[in-house]
Design a protein around this ligand. Structure first.
Ligand SMILES: Cc1cc2nc3c(=O)[nH]c(=O)nc-3n(C[C@H](O)[C@H](O)[C@H](O)COP(=O)(O)O)c2cc1C
Length: 329
């Protein structure tokens, strides 16, 4: 299958693994890229630009396929050394950057000069248009279903993707709620040129996270995510657990008076404890509604091959069959 995204990034299948804090290590990115998708290392999980340079080099030892790096601009307590991270990306020979969060204008000129393609992840058509206008090569359109930060507009992909298709000139991929061949065909039908997945890639054999995290995703249904930090306008979709329910109780009790300091115990620094140690009640961690569609822990290659085969079957048999007058079962 060829799309504007496979051609732009030089990948075999139009499937991207979105940046994920404490998941997007070299092992994750290499496994996805070796399976023909685009694997993405998460820059800010690396404490310093030198650590990121090292992680890119480790990934290069595991794959000779294209890889990307995610650079997230979110409110953080201490501003990261963004120019340093960008330098590590360019010097590491990485040719695709996924930006996310705030407007990436500050890093675009240097990335463009180095021939790096930039795909900006955004949750609103107006932000996608902004990304297009400042020179991003593509966008990842992240619907309300998504794990992580869905923004504050709450528009699901069934509306957001065709809206993006109507407005954008640059190619885009769907993001949020994508899991299988059905997701891919639906995304393509709505105008996307591929899909980006987060939660689905955590439940794979190669994902470098504790087995408890993978098991929690398989055990979860589509009803088990919650939106936290909405009063701070930093909404995050997470899997429910004891810490999340405690956090939500604080949000209800404090209302508009809620401050970040009130919930610091449930959100700050919890990722290593969850992802590495498997302490599933340590705090709030991003997870999409798509957990309800995840029932197994395949390798990345098994997953991607299965998606592509299912997509082909839907297009060639189910859909083409309907056009030729065959009523599907
Ligand atoms: C555990 C986890 C951590 C994430 N961390 C980041 C991050 O650091 N930066 C980012 O841009 N997106 C992050 N995301 C969002 C994903 O890249 C992707 O956009 C999202 O998971 C898509 O929704 P899905 O989970 O329904 O596939 C994270 C998602 C998860 C599940």
């Amino acid at each position: 299958m060829k799309t504007a995204i496979t051609e732009m990034f030089g990948i075999e299948h139009p499937i991207i693994q979105g940046g994920m804090h404490y998941v997007g290590f070299a092992e994750m990115a290499a496994a996805v890229s070796n399976a023909g998708g685009l694997g993405v290392i998460t820059a800010l999980t690396q404490k310093t630009p030198a650590d990121l340079a090292n992680e890119i080099a480790r990934c290069r030892d595991m794959t000779d396929k294209p890889i990307g790096v995610n650079v997230t601009f979110l409110p953080t307590v201490n501003t990261p050394d963004y120019p340093g991270y960008i330098k590590a990306i360019i010097e590491g020979g990485v040719k695709v950057v996924e930006t996310a969060g705030n407007n990436p204008a500050q890093v675009l000129p240097v990335l463009k000069d180095a021939g790096v393609k930039v795909i900006h992840k955004c949750t609103a058509v107006r932000h996608a248009l902004k990304a297009q206008s400042i020179g991003c090569d593509a966008v990842s359109v992240d619907g309300f279903e998504c794990g992580g930060h869905p923004g504050e507009d709450d528009i699901p992909n069934m509306i957001l993707l065709p809206r993006a298709a109507d407005e954008l000139e640059i190619p885009f991929v769907s993001s949020g709620g994508q899991a299988d061949g059905r997701s891919l065909v639906a995304s393509l039908a709505m105008g996307a040129s591929g899909m980006n997945m987060g939660t689905r890639f955590i439940a794979t054999k190669e994902a470098p996270v504790h087995q408890n995290v993978k098991d929690a995703i398989v055990a979860a249904s589509e009803l088990d995510t919650r939106l936290v930090m909405r009063p701070l306008r930093n909404t995050e979709r997470v899997l429910t657990n004891a810490a999340v329910e405690r956090l939500l109780e604080k949000e209800r009790a404090l209302g508009a008076d809620l401050k970040f300091e009130d919930i610091i115990e449930e959100v700050a620094g919890v990722y290593p404890r969850i992802m590495k140690e498997g302490e599933m009640d340590a705090g709030a961690w991003s997870c999409g509604m798509v957990a309800g569609l995840i029932h197994d822990i395949p390798t990345c290659k098994e997953l991607i091959d299965r998606i592509m085969k299912e997509a082909e079957d839907i297009i060639s048999n189910r859909l083409a069959g309907m056009l030729s007058g065959k009523v599907p079962a």
